[in-house]
Design a protein around this ligand. Sequence first.
Ligand code: HEC
Ligand code: HEC
Ligand code: HEC
Ligand code: HEC
Length: 244
Amino acid sequence: MKKSILACCTIGLILAFGAFAFAGSAPGTGIKQTSHDLSSGGKGMLWDGGTLADPTLDRICIYCHTPHFAIKVPAGNPNGDYLPLWNHEVTVATFQTYTNGISPDDPSHMLNATLGQPGSVSKLCLSCHDGTVAVNSYGYAGFTKPAVAGKSVSGRFLISTDLSNHHPIGFDYNAVAAADDEINPADTPLNGANVYGLTIGDLLWKGNMECSTCHDVHNTKNEGVKFTWVEDTQSALCLTCHKK
Ligand code: HEC
Ligand code: HEC
Ligand code: HEC
Ligand code: HEC
């Protein structure tokens, strides 16, 4: 009797600890404890130059959003016309777009996509991931944050301003799907379990393919690690769009 209670408690403890250890960082379980949780409880913690982020409240959303005094959308702003209560300095970089090295006079291997600069939703990502703006460059009117040195992402998190060797973004998805019979149409459901019933089209930005077409920044409805909408096991993410 005693033994089975002990065993039961041990299993309980393991389960409780397991749940604690993985809560939030598992795909689709929310932003808490992921690498986009820059509070003291998150994986991406202590981005304020080694001090505690936002020491008074130790918030999560504050690095990207604020309820009051957010950045105003300036008319015709070339750096982004989508600022959802945005509280983070926006990149003003010009980006090198994707190339496979084939010139336009070789139509057989040329891209069907006409690439432009990243759309404003991607510029929100690139405001931390291009390395030109520090992760802790947040907080505007009416908000005092600790005065600390700027700190940028590094290593594989640093996508940089050179997107020439990154999956193409900033193009009209439907135009490509119409021209290329090995690209699935936008009404195709995502590969995998797809518990939220999403289609490719749901993830386009004004019809364009962007960072957010593959990634869910808040870790809410994604099924894959690294915030990907679909787990890339057996390249399921790629096969959502590419008929290969
Ligand atoms: C690391 C930056 C980052 C953090 C932290 C963050 N967000 Fe966001 N949020 C974004 C980006 C980027 C977008 C635009 C993405 C899009 O619309 O696809 C966005 C869009 C939104 C939107 C509008 C679109 C939607 O999904 O409904 C809401 C609401 C939102 N965020 C709420 C929150 C809340 C609440 C928190 C904190 C619990 C939070 N966000 C934390 C980056 C962030
Ligand atoms: C406020 C700054 C900020 C913004 C805005 C931001 N990120 Fe991040 N992101 C980070 C930091 C910091 C990390 C973790 C880096 C580290 O741990 O060294 C990270 C990590 C990631 C990772 C790796 C996740 C993992 O579990 O390994 C992905 C993928 C990612 N970001 C994509 C995006 C996308 C897509 C957007 C826009 C929709 C975005 N980020 C917007 C700061 C940001
Ligand atoms: C075609 C889909 C796709 C697009 C578009 C895309 N990503 Fe990713 N991204 C992935 C996949 C899959 C991974 C995980 C595998 C890897 O690391 O290569 C990833 C990984 C990452 C990582 C973590 C790097 C690492 O190796 O841990 C960051 C940061 C990131 N993406 C940011 C971005 C940003 C910013 C954009 C837009 C400029 C973007 N991604 C566009 C599919 C995409
Ligand atoms: C949301 C849909 C989507 C997803 C997901 C996606 N792709 Fe793509 N990919 C495209 C489109 C559309 C193009 C542009 C094709 C064109 O212009 O002909 C493209 C372009 C490419 C190219 C460039 C081809 C060339 O001619 O230079 C390669 C390679 C590629 N994708 C591989 C991948 C891989 C690997 C993955 C998974 C990690 C992936 N894609 C995920 C839609 C997607």
